[in-house]
Design a binder for this molecule. Structure first.
Ligand SMILES: C[S@@+](CC[C@H](N)C(=O)[O-])C[C@H]1O[C@@H](n2cnc3c(N)ncnc32)[C@H](O)[C@@H]1O
Length: 228
């Protein structure tokens, strides 16, 4: 664990959550109602790119990890009306918003979202054809990224697809601003990990099939599509 990660895992103030994960859950729980604005402004183009690059086919068993307020989840449900689409998020408020909105919009679809910590997936091995995970890894320690990627591999079927969206590190000014934001509110912003993830993923192992850069206004994203 590096120094930033150590400070992210401890919160020594009375009465407040004691771990980074608890603080992350609390902050995203509180922001669930307004979070769709951020997704619309910064994430929607990368979501679309991930959906296209992953080659999702209708009828699959698909999992989205860290759904946030459910914008990508609804894209997945719409593209997979003949299959089953499962979502998870650490924040119960995010998970229930995602569930309610998907059910309202696609009442006939097999879609379900629940509150789950991605580091410990409550799913049988080899149960999904594809996993999508957008802007989560920034919020996890390096050890937890490795553990979560191993969980992804465990629950993916043979030759299943993993689509990751990460915050890009290819813009110097953006990186500077992000570093400050991450120091001020680590449980919300985390820190950029995009350049480390390919190596971590290769060691799981995953094989990278697609690697795309997307920019939405000033916000850079990297879309990686991998195969188990
Ligand atoms: C930056 S938001 C991204 C939301 C959405 N994926 C998007 O693309 O807009 C990160 C989300 O990850 C969730 N999250 C954080 N840690 C998590 C964990 N350990 N397991 C599952 N979800 C987690 C948060 O609750 C939050 O909804």
């Amino acid at each position: 664990m590096n120094r930033i990660e150590e400070t992210m895992t401890a919160w020594p103030v009375n009465g407040l959550p004691t771990t980074l994960t608890e603080r992350t859950r609390r902050v995203y729980d509180r922001l669930a109602a307004v979070y769709p604005v951020s997704t619309l402004l910064f994430h929607s183009r990368a979501h679309q790119c991930a959906l296209e690059a992953a080659g999702l086919r209708n009828g699959m068993r698909v999992l989205e990890v860290a759904t946030g307020s459910g914008e990508m989840f609804r894209r997945l449900v719409r593209a997979n009306t003949g299959g089953a689409t499962i979502g998870v998020d650490l924040s119960p408020n995010m998970a229930s918003r995602t569930q309610r909105a998907a059910q309202r919009k696609y009442p006939a679809a097999r879609a379900h979202c629940q509150a789950v910590d991605a580091r410990h997936m409550p799913f049988r091995s080899e149960s999904f054809d594809a996993i999508f995970c957008c802007y989560l890894l920034e919020l996890l320690s390096t050890d937890d990224i490795a553990q979560t990627l191993s969980e992804f591999r465990r629950i993916l079927k043979d030759r299943g697809t993993l689509a990751l969206v990460l915050i890009g590190q290819n813009t110097a000014l953006f990186n500077k601003v992000y570093r400050v934001a991450g120091k001020v509110a680590p449980a919300f912003w985390g820190r950029q990990v995009e350049q480390r993830v390919p190596e971590l993923a290769a060691s799981v192992p995953f094989q990278i099939l697609e690697d795309r850069i997307v920019r939405q206004t000033f916000y850079p994203s990297r879309v990686l599509v991998m195969r188990k």
